[in-house]
Ligand binder design. Structure first.
Ligand SMILES: *Cc1c(COP(=O)(O)O)cnc(C)c1O
Length: 393
């Protein structure tokens, strides 16, 4: 028999990863108190979380969730279309639509599923999905599920995107981009891409997982910051599991878009609705993210403090105005060693290596939060400076 064995093949691929020093390790967190975490029994200051506004443990969210659990119990029990859609979900969708200035919004169980559902609902064989090279994995995977052609352009390169669209003028096209790139923290040129899409008749889809709650007036996100509405950027996807401190995702847009997704987005139709209590907590999170400018200011003050402190110490950073502040390292082994040094000094800062980033682009990824104090930032900067100095011997 010459049939290949899938499990043996995966085991071999894992062994190769181990030889390359690229094995990923699952760490178990035993306790969390804001940005203090206990990892494998050791207390660390957490600079890996996407809880940018420090809402995941907020008393008002806990209270809303507890209250909703006493009313609804825990699980939704069914898909949205089969009785799982509770008034908690409807109220959250309305609130998200108002916040993002769109006609309607639709909940998905995760951002990954939202991206799969949207792309596969709108594109099929013979169509193209034009994407930034550094887009999130879920947007890439979505094109496989849709069966369309994935066409990529160099990072943030609107001219590259133009060439890709113009070389296939007769194909139905979507241009999909992260608004804030998840491993770099920089911003997509949304206004330019919007104009390009209008001109070329392509549908623009923006994934604002890292911009919602962080950027724009009232934290309404990257599109609000760029002044782009339904007409300019018809599909907005954002997640509830990052700055909003809960779990899940939504797509916002016109009634026509949302009604169509209810019919055709299979990752919405064929899955259990999110627990209603989670929707209740997310509604409170939106209210806080929208109105608590002090909290958002604490985050942005921390970003400014980190960047200024890094410049003073000669620590190179990527150009990012967001909570994601990578320290470029390049070499995989170097990134791992630096992350280990920081761990030994009491800081959880992950080393990000291929395939999460391109070859020779390993980095330390520092995520900042409103939950960090000034002192936390200063201590991290000192530890980073010491780790880099130790490397130079
Ligand atoms: C985190 C993330 C997602 C996935 O969202 P989940 O709700 O965690 O599944 C999608 N896109 C981007 C850019 C992300 O950073």
């Amino acid at each position: 028999m010459t049939r290949p064995a899938p499990l043996a093949r995966m085991v071999a691929a894992q062994a190769q990863r181990a030889r390359d020093g690229l094995l990923r390790r699952l760490r178990t967190v035993g306790a969390v108190d804001g940005s203090r975490i206990v990892v494998d029994g050791r207390p660390l200051l957490d600079f890996a979380s996407n809880d940018y506004l420090g809402l995941a443990q907020h008393p008002a969210l806990r209270e809303a969730m507890t209250r909703a659990v006493s009313k609804w119990g825990v699980g939704a029990g069914a898909a949205h279309l089969l009785g799982g859609h509770r008034d908690e979900h409807a109220a959250l969708e309305e609130k998200l639509a108002r916040w993002t200035g769109r006609e309607r919004a639709l909940l998905f169980s995760t951002g990954y599923m939202a991206n799969l559902g949207v792309v596969a609902a709108l594109l099929g064989e013979g169509d193209i999905c034009v994407q930034d090279k550094l887009n999130h994995a879920s947007l890439i995977d979505a094109t496989r599920l849709a069966g369309c052609e994935l066409v990529r352009y160099p990072h943030a390169d609107a001219d590259g995107a133009t060439r890709q669209l113009r070389s296939r003028p007769n194909r139905a096209a979507m241009l999909a981009t992260d608004a804030v790139f998840s491993m770099d923290g920089d911003l997509a040129p949304l206004a330019v891409l919007s104009r390009l899409c209008k001109k070329e008749g392509a549908l623009l889809m923006v994934d604002d997982a890292h911009g919602i709650g962080v950027l724009g007036a009232d934290g309404a996100g990257s599109l609000a910051q760029a002044g782009l509405g339904d007409d300019d950027a018809p599909i907005l996807m954002a997640t509830l599991g990052k700055a909003l401190g809960t779990f899940g995702a939504f797509v916002a847009g016109t009634a026509a878009l949302i009604d169509g997704l209810v019919q055709f987005a299979r990752s919405h139709v064929y899955t259990t609705a999110m627990p209603p209590a989670l929707a209740a907590a997310a509604r409170v999170a939106v209210a806080i993210a929208r109105t608590d400018d002090e909290r958002r200011k604490r985050l942005h003050d921390n970003i400014a403090r980190f960047r200024a402190g890094a410049a003073q110490r000669g620590i190179g950073l990527l150009p990012s105005v967001t909570a994601i502040q990578p320290v470029p390292v390049g070499d995989n082994a170097r990134a791992s060693t630096l992350a280990q040094r920081l761990h030994d000094a009491g800081f959880f800062v992950p080393a990000i290596r291929p395939p999460s980033v391109p070859a020779n682009a390993a980095r330390l990824r520092v995520s900042l939060s409103a939950a960090h104090g000034e002192d936390d930032i200063e201590r991290l900067l000192d530890a980073l400076g010491a780790a880099l100095a130790a490397e130079r011997g």
